[in-house]
Design a protein around this ligand. Structure first.
Ligand SMILES: *Cc1c(COP(=O)(O)O)cnc(C)c1O
Length: 379
């Protein structure tokens, strides 16, 4: 057992949060991907379809705590049909990336932030909390074993997907007593092709309500957003924007990205975190990087009607979505049944979006001084 078994619903006490390095059993694959084949795969990886050779696994049970930490060949899981996750959806995940730095080393970006958000998601979903050090260590161990899979091309990285499922064989409705934490990895290129994305404003479906699970990174949030995303596609848009559930009036976020706006007065505006918006690490990093450049970021509600009239009047000059997978995606226009809000010519990324994207990707790629200590070197 690693560390002390905590009661499921208590917040961790920090003094007990210090765990020694956990021994991982490393079982390497006997059939690694041929290096020539890997080079081919890395040249142009499609998002989320190409995976590395290994995965990290850690088990939890109420009596043993976290145990059996290992790296194994990537392979299918064997799950009982009565496993709780298949019925009640206790599932949470993270999304982060390992980058090939300019100097050739491999590093992740703010992994402690992912670890602590993962623990917060676990608390909200009534799941066992993985100690944050163990989360970071599991990611490190996997990246080290699969480090040849970290691509070095522009905009490329190794996308990491830590996730946890409840895995008790029981059909009763209650928090499970067994969990499985897993990390898988896939090399990725740019998420969206360059240029701007178009966004459909969902006036019917909402993503999260106060007191709900909007702040937890759980699979269920995504399941609930897919119909709205499909509607957006149907309307010819790339992405969907959700409004607040109470009034359908204030901008919240996209299905999997936070959103920001640039105003004519030079300030950036982004909706405040209030329990219904995911606490994006990209969002947080961009707020800091903007401040570093003397750009003020105000976190205040953005009224959707005011956004549409402000785009027309020139009060709002740029809009962009941000998240780990897509980094920073300039938004060319928003669409709703009554009209469009277009930024610039609707096709060309604005100067502030480009400047911030460069600032962020330069830190992540080790091309600029890491003044905030965000880079976590692995190899
Ligand atoms: C993951 C996610 C984000 C972005 O978070 P990052 O930490 O920046 O990757 C934003 N919104 C939702 C709903 C998400 O699931």
């Amino acid at each position: 057992m690693y560390g002390r078994v905590r009661s499921l619903f208590l917040r961790p006490e920090s003094s007990e949060d210090v765990f020694p390095m956990t021994p991982f059993i490393i079982e390497k694959t006997e059939t690694p991907t041929d290096p020539v084949k890997r080079t081919e795969l890395l040249a142009n990886p499609a998002f989320g379809r190409v995976f590395t050779d290994h995965m990290a696994l850690i088990s939890y049970s109420a009596d043993k705590g976290w145990h059996d930490a290992k790296i194994t060949p990537r392979r299918p899981l064997s799950i009982d049909p009565a496993s709780t996750v298949l019925h009640y959806g206790q599932e949470i995940f993270e999304g982060m990336k390992a980058y090939r730095e300019k100097d050739g080393h491999v590093a992740t970006f703010r992994p402690e932030a992912n670890a602590s958000r993962f623990a917060a998601s676990a608390r909200r979903m009534g799941m066992a909390e993985l100690p944050e050090d163990l989360f970071v260590q599991a990611v490190d161990e996997l990246v080290r074993v699969d480090q040849d899979w970290v691509p070095s091309g522009e905009g490329q990285s190794l996308y990491l997907r830590p996730f946890m499922i409840s895995n008790e064989v029981f059909l009763g409705v209650k928090p499970a007593t067994e969990y499985l934490f897993i990390v898988i990895a896939c090399p990725v290129g740019a998420y969206f092709s360059s240029g701007c994305v178009s966004v459909w404003v969902s006036e019917h479906y909402t993503r999260a309500a106060i007191g709900g699970t909007g702040e937890a990174k759980c699979g269920g949030n995504y399941a609930g957003s897919l119909i709205a995303q499909a509607e957006a596609k149907d309307k010819g848009c790339d992405q969907v924007l959700f409004l607040d559930a109470r009034e359908r009036r204030f901008v919240e976020e996209m299905g999997g990205m936070n959103v920001m706006f640039v105003r004519k007065d030079g300030k950036i505006v982004t909706p405040p975190l209030g329990g219904t918006i995911l606490r994006g690490i990209t969002r947080n990093s961009l707020i800091q990087l903007a401040a570093d450049q003397g750009i003020e970021v105000v976190e205040e509600p953005v009224d959707i009607d005011e956004l549409f009239s402000g785009a027309a009047s020139g009060k709002y000059t740029e809009a962009f979505a941000c998240g780990t997978a897509a980094v920073l995606s300039p938004i060319g226009k928003f669409m709703r049944p009554t009209g469009e809000a277009v930024f610039g010519d609707g096709k060309t990324p604005g100067p502030v979006s480009q400047q911030l994207k460069k600032a962020l990707t330069d830190v992540q790629g080790g091309r600029t001084n890491d003044v905030h200590g965000w880079i976590h070197r692995i190899s």
